[in-house]
Write a protein that binds this ligand. Structure first.
Ligand SMILES: [Fe+2]
Length: 429
């Protein structure tokens, strides 16, 4: 599968040679009987460097569809769908999310863990786990509330979008902009699929500033991959689902909405291989703040205060001398949701498993468990390479409200999480 490379570029792609308006052709005067439709991810008047839009050349414009009815969703919940949430300053950890064994597609399998911020005011996020074993065949979805980031933990999928198809396997993330229609299928031969999903109600993810790091490093723009145009020309009975104001709506369709034959713009879905992250870290002493691992950030109006930072902890060399190498104990005004894609996490070598999760809200202390602390203080500080590990964090300026369905689901919440620190010895002399 071919991809366009870059981040924030004005891309263009066509699935039929010569159909994209070029030269003296107006973008709105389309060849080949297609309809021009602009999809805007920012207000028209957003500053040029933040302005996001794409021109789609579609077989049918989006106005050709049946009427929406609100259908809701039993486990993809929000405050507006009367989902129940708790507020707690406790450190929380969840065991791995169990795989669904009954037939289920991506949309049906979304299970909300936590929400924060306020989707009505374009801030904060929701976090879900998903586990499915079937493709969305005649069902399409768009999310008017949020940009969606998928972090795949198991299985292989194809995300069919209005702009083309992108493949995802574990260690890739995929981002689908607000309002872009898509369906998710399993790659032929894929094992059941599991992963984490973020809904970003705030500003779209962008690359972080690099400051003194310079022009290169962290996630490099050329490593982001955007699908090439590809379209479905299908008539029949289809369902279009819309996530809108925290609830799910459904409308009948007599054609596939993924009927964009060509497009140009910078409002695009993309994928990124986390193994390509250029990790920057200390070569002298101490454990730098985890912001050095930021892949993407959703900014807020307050400088340096993210709506969401997406941060990873990839395989890397640890060489710090004369120090305590693991993450330090800390309390933080920000709010942290962590997940694990593969391997183990250095602050918690047992107890935190792939498809598990932890939540540490504002000023809730956390850090290495007693076992990890003991190992770290006794360790000879030779250079060592951390292999087979990929933890990640969504860090937000808004406290997470865990969903009761996650807190109360039998076997999911680790009831003894805080015990992992209680045997830390008093060693003051
Ligand atoms: Fe932390």
């Amino acid at each position: 599968m071919k991809y366009l490379h870059g981040f924030g570029n004005h891309f263009e792609s066509e699935a039929r040679n010569g159909i994209l308006p070029v030269g003296r052709n107006s973008p709105q005067n389309v060849e080949g009987g297609l309809y021009a439709e602009q999809v805007s991810g920012t207000p028209f008047t957003a500053p040029r460097h933040r302005n996001l839009k794409t021109w789609l050349y579609k077989i049918s414009p989006s106005v050709v569809q049946g009427r929406f009815t609100e259908v809701g969703h039993p486990t993809w919940i929000s405050e507006s769908s009367r989902g129940r949430f708790q507020k707690t300053p406790e450190a929380l950890r969840f065991h791995p999310y169990p795989e669904n064994s009954s037939p289920m597609d991506f949309l049906d399998s979304i299970f909300t863990y936590a929400i924060n911020g306020d989707l009505y005011r374009n801030s904060g996020m929701a976090i879900h786990l998903f586990s499915f074993n079937q493709g969305m065949e005649a069902r399409y979805l768009y999310n008017a509330d949020a940009e969606m980031m998928l972090v795949l933990e198991r299985g292989e999928i194809e995300i069919h979008t209005e702009l083309g198809v992108m493949e995802l396997s574990p260690l890739f993330i995929g981002v689908i902009p607000r309002g872009i229609k898509f369906r998710i299928t399993m790659k032929p031969g894929s094992s059941p699929v599991r992963g984490y999903l973020a809904e970003n109600f705030g500003s779209p993810f962008q690359l972080p500033e690099l400051g003194p790091i310079g022009a290169n490093g962290l996630a490099n723009p050329r490593d982001f991959e955007v699908p090439c145009a590809g379209f479905e020309s299908k008539a029949g009975d289809f369902e279009l689902y819309a996530r809108y104001q925290g609830s799910l709506w459904k409308a009948p369709l007599s054609h596939s909405p993924l009927d964009t034959v060509a497009w140009h713009g910078n409002y695009v879905p993309y994928r990124y291989d986390l193994r390509k992250f250029n990790t920057i870290n200390t070569v002298s002493y101490d454990h730098p703040d985890p912001s050095i691992f930021t892949v993407l950030t959703s900014t807020s109006p307050v400088p340096g205060t993210a709506n969401i930072d997406f941060v990873i902890f990839p395989p890397r060399w640890m060489v710090a001398e004369n120090t305590f190498r693991p993450p330090y104990y800390h309390r933080n005004v920000m709010n942290e949701f962590m997940g694990l894609i593969e391997g183990a996490y250095d602050a918690k070598e047992s107890g935190f498993k792939p498809a598990g999760a932890s939540i540490h809200n504002a000023f809730t202390g956390h850090g290495p468990d007693a076992e990890g602390f003991k190992k770290a203080v006794g360790m000879k500080l030779d250079p060592v390479r951390y292999e087979n590990t990929m933890a990640f964090m969504w860090e937000s300026s808004f406290p997470f409200w865990p969903a009761e369905q996650a807190m109360k689901r039998p076997g999911l919440l680790d009831q003894n999480y805080a015990d992992c620190w209680q045997s830390l010895p008093r060693t003051f002399r």
